[in-house]
Design a binder for this molecule. Structure first.
Ligand SMILES: NC(=O)c1ccc[n+]([C@@H]2O[C@H](COP(=O)([O-])OP(=O)(O)OC[C@H]3O[C@@H](n4cnc5c(N)ncnc54)[C@H](O)[C@@H]3O)[C@@H](O)[C@H]2O)c1
Length: 320
């Protein structure tokens, strides 16, 4: 299946543009001839992620916290709201910042889109499904979230962000879209962000034990970042509000992932089992029927290929 041709935008604002997914979005938009304003407070993002973009014509960095009123030069026609801590290690370290980015931040960024008449895309997450009782998860599933558990600062902020986005579309007619991203991996992840792929790759390259939580039989579905970016831009180009799942339905257990990483790195590392975090979901797999049907989008990069590219990047950049 071929992915739909991306629409050409004149000026895109990417909040969280110095982060992992956001920086790949900035690159893709610039490559398509779009002027890009990246808004980031570097709370979890890194200047290196956008180092290659800083001198490119059409790229502007605004160092700002989206939870405070924003001042952007020139009206955008596309606004991608990706600013939020995203890994459990980050949002557990920054609980209030995370809640503010999802609530006050989403409100401010929606206001920017409303004032400019721009298309607005909210980066939501599979975490809105919590520890799901339906498998795989389609967009009609309402989720199973603990509202006072340790992960709630992220899950509930994203759920609130979805509700606010929907209300803005209803009340002010903002042209909104919601994408629910499932686990995405690839170059520019941080080795210590606590997510499985960068953790395993870092450990394997350092010859350390790979720390698998619980019995390792919990599953995740991993989407290579280029595929995620293509899905987000396909949704931006469509007129659907969503929410739409963007993820890779190929599911694997954490134990399988650890073994593949050991294999692909040629590491002598062993696997060590450690305690599983509270409210860690047992299964996570997107039903992407909607994205396939409406956006003509589906992931193209097989896990082995994506992991090889990620490992190559970590080998060249291993600094944590
Ligand atoms: N990576 C994934 O697997 C995944 C899955 C689901 C959803 N998402 C969503 O995609 C977005 C990006 O995730 P990521 O993995 O690239 O994380 P990341 O931490 O690498 O990027 C987030 C970026 O947002 C910036 N940021 C955070 N709070 C901010 C604020 N208040 N003001 C301005 N900038 C702020 C950070 O500095 C960082 O550059 C997040 O909204 C996340 O919820 C990601």
């Amino acid at each position: 299946m071929s992915n739909a041709a991306p629409r050409v935008w004149e000026h895109a604002v990417v909040t969280g543009g110095a982060g992992f997914v956001g920086s790949h979005l900035c690159s893709a938009l610039l490559a398509a001839g779009t002027r890009v304003t990246c808004v980031d407070d570097f709370s979890t993002g890194r200047p290196e992620n956008i180092a290659g973009l800083r001198d490119r014509p059409g790229f502007t960095l605004v160092r700002a916290n989206v939870s405070e009123p924003l001042d952007i030069d020139g009206p955008p026609d596309l606004v991608l709201h990706f600013a939020s801590p995203a890994s459990p290690a980050d949002y557990l370290r920054l609980p209030l910042h995370t809640m503010e980015a999802g609530s006050l931040g989403t409100r401010n960024v929606l206001e920017l889109a409303r004032a400019a008449g721009a298309r607005f895309v909210l980066a939501s997450t599979s975490e809105v499904y919590g520890d799901p009782q339906q498998h795989p998860q389609n967009e009609r599933y309402w989720g199973n979230v603990n509202p006072v558990g340790p992960r709630s600062v992220y899950d509930e902020a994203k759920r609130f962000g979805e509700a606010l986005t929907t209300a803005e579309a209803e009340v002010h007619g903002v042209d909104t879209a919601i994408v629910r991203l499932f686990n995405t991996y690839g170059p520019r992840m941080r080795g210590y962000d606590g997510r499985a792929v960068p953790t395993f790759v870092r450990q394997a390259l350092a010859g350390e034990d790979l720390t698998v939580t619980g019995d390792g039989l919990q599953t995740r579905s991993l989407c290579y970042v280029d595929d995620t970016v293509a899905g987000v831009l396909a949704m931006a180009a469509h007129d659907m509000r969503g929410p739409v799942n963007i993820g890779n339905p190929d599911e694997l257990t954490m134990l399988e992932l650890a073994r593949v990483v050991i294999d692909l790195t040629g590491s002598s590392s062993r696997i060590r089992f450690i305690e599983r975090p509270t409210d860690d979901p047992a299964v996570r797999c997107p039903d992407i029927t909607l994205a396939r049907d409406k956006l003509q989008w589906e992931p193209r990069v097989p896990a082995e290929e994506g992991l090889r590219r990620t490992i190559d990047w970590f080998r060249a950049h291993m600094d944590g």
